[in-house]
Design a protein around this ligand. Sequence first.
Ligand code: HEC
Length: 184
Amino acid sequence: MARLNSVLIVLALGAFALAAGACSSPAMAPTAMSTDSIGVVSDSALFTLVTRTQPFSAYARFPNLGTGPDGILTASSAHQPLIRVSMNATAAGALQNGRLPSGATFPGGSVIFKEVLIGASANLYAIMYKDRTNPWAANGWLWAEHRPDGGVAFSITNKGNGCTSCHSLEQGPQHDFVRSFERQ
Ligand code: HEC
């Protein structure tokens, strides 16, 4: 019995050492931090996500909007005068032939990113980030506006108050509240 106990202790210590080693391994840390597993919990975390972890400059353009190569189009209601809409790979993966399949919703971690431009340069970023269980989520999304320098124009803590009412108009509800689909 004493022998069995010491074997168990050795096994337990070994498991502890393995676990501690795994946690301190630098290779494990970054990817788990940013999106789905922990979620975006602050405006600065969202800004970091869309400018550094998954920079919007690499996103796919929102498909089939009939824009020229620069992706710019005239805004229809909010966020005048000009916009350019794009999405991260997670969001793009939900589309089939450029459209959201009937009844489908975007998966957690999806980003839909709208640059609001005056002339050729963006002066505001409007962002939707899918995270249904996030305490700041409204209609399944976080809603934010940032200045390109990172300044917060509309905080996620507003829970989309002022955004969701309009994103629920027209075909919003059947497109997971993403209204650019109405322009395809
Ligand atoms: C008065 C209506 C209205 C309000 C208010 C509004 N939006 Fe929108 N939004 C739209 C429409 C319409 C589009 C589709 C693009 C277009 O036609 O301009 C859009 C597009 C977007 C997009 C690109 C994804 C999509 O839905 O097509 C984002 C991101 C976005 N809005 C974020 C916001 C945020 C964040 C707020 C609140 C701070 C907000 N919007 C408030 C009408 C509105």
